[in-house]
Design a binder for this molecule. Structure first.
Ligand code: PLP
Length: 423
């Protein structure tokens, strides 16, 4: 209560802005995930690893636009790539353009895909990958996992939401549970695809175990089902994406977020025989169109980012930084209600009443009933007061502009919070 009052007193302009925004947007907001109670903070500018809000506060940006902000704000190379499009190339050419092939080649070699197509978002990439799987197999149903998030209309919290159209097409199974998956394949024979995150992001940075992902590969191979790995968040965790760290190879992968260099982006690709359902030279091929999916601004910004900024060496370095950061946090959290899960540069801070440890957090529906939401909210509020921007659900995505100093300051602030609130 007291912290909320401090929050209100500290952010009068954000409050005023929110009240005014209600006039033209439901709840004054256009991205549900970014709404916070009692009202959201409105940002006005970002630079490097810093964010600046309407009330004049500045923050170290640990949200990293939920992984899309990998490059930090205004990376000079990406800025240059964008301005060169504006001044020399033109925005949308209304035709196939030469930038598509250049970026497609790079994505295929980096992420081990035979062929790829672009989309405007990760959501779209998943929708098109699912359509490909259905067309290729002639089957209908899709297995997804509780807590899975594959986009705005493909969100599976603890159940199938009303916005998942064709509700009977989804089979919900348990994340990290090979036996449950086997059961699903024993009882259904019309499964076109298994769609899964190698690490569940939105559910709280929960890594998939090797046995679980192996079971998906085995079951899908046996049943003639397409294994789609959603790498929208996780492609940044290794030079070849998270898939490169697994023993199993998925049939299709979906990509998104930072790969647009800050522009809206999605891509899906993998096995040539499956992707051939989109080959327009073939009669009866699936249509995959979208006005902006070959826009030059995204293609050039995305290409430049991956080719020149997020090189394989840089990828490895950033993820090492993340491992060290998480180890430091785990040390502080030892014996408290808090813990942190994740892989490399992506993580999520959890707070449970009985202080579950990181290895005990294996599926959202298992830990969710024990969350201490009040303490977690206090953590979020007080970290913000200390100048650290984290997502209210605890998600952290490191960006390339983040230096050791910022991470050490974060760790010190967490330590101070824990000593204030934990005897
Ligand atoms: N898939 C995963 C794993 C995601 O985390 C997200 C977004 O957070 C998406 C898909 C959807 O991407 P977009 O927001 O670009 O539609």
């Amino acid at each position: 209560e007291e912290a909320i009052q401090r929050f209100q007193a500290r952010n009068p302009k954000s409050f005023e802005h929110h009240e005014a925004a209600i006039g033209s947007m439901p709840g004054g907001n256009t991205r549900t995930l970014l709404h916070t109670a009692p009202f959201p903070i409105a940002m006005v500018r970002g630079e490097g690893t810093k964010l600046y809000d309407l009330d004049g506060h500045e923050y170290f940006d640990f949200v990293g636009e939920l992984t899309a902000g990998l490059y930090g704000h205004s990376n000079p190379k990406i800025k240059e790539a964008m301005t060169s499009v504006l001044s020399d190339i033109g925005l949308s050419l209304g035709a196939t353009n030469i930038y598509e092939k250049k970026y497609a080649d790079l994505l295929c070699s980096r992420f081990d895909l035979d062929s790829v197509r672009f989309a405007n978002s990760g959501t779209e990439a998943n929708i098109h990958a699912l359509a490909a799987a259905r067309e290729f197999t002639g089957k209908r149903k899709v297995v997804v996992f509780r807590g899975g998030y594959h986009g705005s209309v493909l969100a599976f919290g603890l159940g199938i939401a009303p916005n998942n159209v064709d509700r009977e097409d989804w089979i919900l199974s348990q994340y990290n549970d090979p036996d449950a998956l086997e059961e699903v394949f024993t009882t259904h024979n019309d499964i076109a695809a298994v769609l899964v995150e190698g690490m569940q992001g939105s559910a709280g940075g929960i890594p998939g175990s090797k046995e679980f992902l192996r079971a998906i590969r085995e079951q899908t191979r046996k049943a003639g089902t397409v294994f789609i790995l959603d790498e929208v968040m996780t492609s940044r965790l290794h030079p070849g994406g998270l898939a490169a760290t697994l023993d199993e190879k998925p049939d299709l992968k979906t990509l998104g977020k930072y790969l647009g260099g800050g522009m809206p982006f999605g891509a899906f690709g993998g096995r040539r025989d499956i992707m051939a359902v989109y080959d327009p030279r073939k009669q009866g091929s699936l249509s995959h169109s979208g006005t902006f999916q070959n826009n030059t601004l995204m293609l050039n910004a995305g290409y430049t980012g991956l080719a020149e900024v997020f090189t394989p060496d840089v990828t490895i370095q950033l993820n090492k930084k993340g491992e060290k950061f998480r180890t430091d946090l785990l040390e502080i959290f030892e014996g408290t209600e808090f813990t942190v899960t994740g892989v490399g540069s992506l993580m999520c801070i959890h707070c449970t009443k009985m202080g579950l440890t990181s290895t005990q957090i294996r599926a959202k529906d298992e830990y969710a009933p024990y969350e201490d939401l009040d303490l977690k909210k206090l953590f979020w509020l007080e970290m913000m007061e200390a100048g650290f921007w984290i997502h209210q659900r605890g998600s952290i995505a490191l960006n390339l502009a983040m230096d050791a100093e910022a991470m050490e300051a974060f760790v010190r602030a967490v330590k101070a919070f824990c000593s204030r609130h934990h005897e």
